[in-house]
Ligand binder design. Structure first.
Ligand code: GDD
Ligand code: MG
Length: 346
């Protein structure tokens, strides 16, 4: 079994965070996101992994290298321009010899992938798609199935009147290499609008896998990016237990960091600082009496005296002035500078 991770999207919904950092390596609890997916694959014994890139590929290669630091073998394909999800799989054809696990590169999950692969083999499926139940499926692909788990219909981003089904495409597939023949060469093509409807039309063995009690989140919007942190901090994502929440940093005796928060190496926390349910990247400098709550701050950002940061995301190398109020929903890109007393909310 091999794997292909689709990691070529532009991450537009995560802007400004993705202006300098492509979505696949945005830090989640201070680790590049793709490492969570790589862990899931390695645990299921899949170590031959191709990353399918298009947007800022060199930054991703630079961070992950040949994969040896993470116990896997990484290869890369880089599309000259985005080829779509199925087009990206076709573009990697020369590297694909075996059945392949395909991941959307923006899903945080504690899926038991071994069981998915086993079920795919037992059913002799051509394609297996993992499903996840959600309340509002309008932003996803809806997958209708029969009682045996055969896929009956696939509807990408449906309107409410189009289906009552709440099971969505979780962005994890197992595909037999034969399906490559159904994808045109050198064209933009998608799984969602192209290959999946074609598999149904041809009556191929296209099955769904519905895992029991599984954490699942597409991290592709700021609200969900923040949610992923809160879920990991609260240990709601089983199989990913955070160790070492405390790096090697300087902290005044009169600062207060709750048990949930992560503070990375080389940070400085001055007296009276309060950190609650938050993540600080490497080398942040937090001045007297600043309070940071339910927030994520990337590396080398400075937060001024008595500033308050709540439910916000702050990028790398920012300067947040004294007595500022950075409020719910604020997303500040790398190198943002806020003057003293600035407010991003009432
Ligand atoms: N290499 C490459 N080339 N990767 C791509 C391309 C491309 O042209 N287009 C998208 N991707 C990658 C993105 O980087 C992302 O990891 C993944 O494919 C899915 O793209 P998104 O843009 O995040 O799609 P979505 O979230 O709107 O919808 C998809 O995911 C949902 C689950 O989160 C669909 O697959 C839905 O059916 C699904 O429910
Ligand atoms: Mg997505």
């Amino acid at each position: 079994m091999q794997a292909l991770i689709l990691a070529g999207g532009k991450g537009t919904r995560l802007r400004p965070l993705t202006v300098y950092t492509p979505k696949p390596i945005v830090p989640i609890c201070n680790r590049p996101f793709l490492l969570y997916q790589i862990d899931t694959l390695r645990r299921a014994g899949v170590t031959d992994i191709t990353l399918s890139l298009s947007y800022q590929p060199e930054k991703i290669e630079q961070q992950l290298g040949d994969g040896s630091d993470f116990g896997v073998k990484l290869k890369y394909t880089v599309e000259p321009q985005p080829m779509g999800t199925a087009g990206a799989y076709k573009f990697a054809e020369d590297l694909i010899r075996e059945p392949t696990v395909v991941f959307n590169g923006d899903i945080l999950t504690d899926l038991d992938l071994k069981t998915v692969i086993r079920q795919h083999k037992e059913r002799k499926a051509t394609a297996t798609i993992v499903l996840n139940p959600v309340e509002d499926p309008s932003m996803y692909g809806v997958v209708e199935t029969d009682d045996d788990g055969r896929v009956l219909r696939f509807l990408e981003k449906p309107k409410p009147e189009e289906t009552a089904c709440r099971n969505i495409n979780a962005g994890t597939y197992v595909l037999e290499p034969g399906v490559l023949d159904l994808i045109p060469t050198g064209e933009n093509h998608s799984f969602e609008y192209g290959l999946f409807p074609k598999l149904l039309e041809k009556g191929e063995a296209f099955f769904a896998h519905i895992p029991p009690r599984t954490y699942w989140l597409d991290i592709g919007t700021p609200a969900r990016y923040l949610q992923a942190h809160h879920d990991l901090l609260a240990n709601r994502v089983t199989r990913f237990h955070l160790k070492d929440r405390r790096g090697n940093f300087d902290s005044a005796t009169h600062s207060d960091i709750d048990d949930l928060s992560i503070v990375a190496d080389e940070c400085t926390l001055k007296p009276g600082v309060v950190i609650v349910n938050s993540v600080l990247g490497k080398g942040c400098y937090i001045e007297e009496r600043a309070r940071i709550e339910n927030s994520v701050i990337w590396s080398h950002t400075r937060v001024g005296t008595a500033a308050r940061v709540r439910d916000a995301i702050i990028g790398r190398g920012c300067h947040i002035g004294r007595s500022t109020l950075v409020g719910p929903g604020a997303i500040l890109g790398d190198k943002t500078s806020l003057t003293d007393y600035a407010k991003t909310c009432a």
